[in-house]
Design a binder for this molecule. Sequence first.
Ligand SMILES: NC(=O)c1ccc[n+]([C@@H]2O[C@H](COP(=O)([O-])OP(=O)(O)OC[C@H]3O[C@@H](n4cnc5c(N)ncnc54)[C@H](O)[C@@H]3O)[C@@H](O)[C@H]2O)c1
Length: 256
Amino acid sequence: MHDKVAFVTGAGSGIGEASARLLAARGARVALVGRTEDELEEVAESIRGEGGEVLTALADVSDEAAVDEAVRATLEQFGRLDVVVANAGVNGTWAGIDDLSVEDFRSTIDINLTGTFITLKATVPHIGRGGSAVVIASVNGTRIFSNSGASAYSASKAGQVALTKMLAVELGPRGIRVNVICPGAIDTEISDNTDSQNEGVKIPVEFPQGTIPLTGSESGTAEQVAALVGFLASDAADHISGTEVWIDGAQSLLQG
Ligand SMILES: NC(=O)c1ccc[n+]([C@@H]2O[C@H](COP(=O)([O-])OP(=O)(O)OC[C@H]3O[C@@H](n4cnc5c(N)ncnc54)[C@H](O)[C@@H]3O)[C@@H](O)[C@H]2O)c1
């Protein structure tokens, strides 16, 4: 990743943080973008301590002007843009349709789906041939988990998958690759952040024995997802575009 510049949203924690760390460790200069200043600064300081070169940019991904400003700051400081990781997202409200307000639905779509579109729309014009976008969706975007109440979340994640595939076709002739990662349950803070109105839908770190074929019961880690981000963003993946990659220990095959 030497000489490359990456723009990572939601970089203050979880998968975004792990991806930013990995890209920086591989020599990329990284823009850490997010809406939580303290977290971004802490991650930035830690990466700089390990010799990485990063900047922080405060932006809510659903705010087009703020994301445009983050891109402008990145170009001003680093001079180019090669990789974008559209990772920022929320679980939002998980509830049955009778209890799910239009406002709650909209706010999940605004961040997870429109935020991804805004991130790609702002960055892609500055990415040249050989560049790449990696979108972080979810297995919920392609599989339906019964009784979870995750209709807003699932719709937002399915939208990210469709957006990725459309853009892979559209941007292929410009030499830009676009791929989407669909993680299963990953042990991050998002597991605690569901505004759930249903009992038992918080994402557990450990599932009942046997529900995740590869591990038995353990969730994946942010670092495992980051390793996939690193691969898809690298030249080693230079013929891979429009692909949706699950990273879930085969859990969805049993539960979807
Ligand atoms: N953890 C899982 O089990 C899991 C599974 C599937 C998909 N995902 C997806 O992975 C992505 C990263 O989540 P995570 O698990 O690392 O959780 P996380 O909560 O640690 O990370 C999400 C990050 O996005 C930031 N963010 C949220 N809304 C934002 C906004 N409007 N603007 C800018 N930044 C915003 C948060 O501040 C946080 O830093 C999300 O898109 C999530 O849906 C996570």
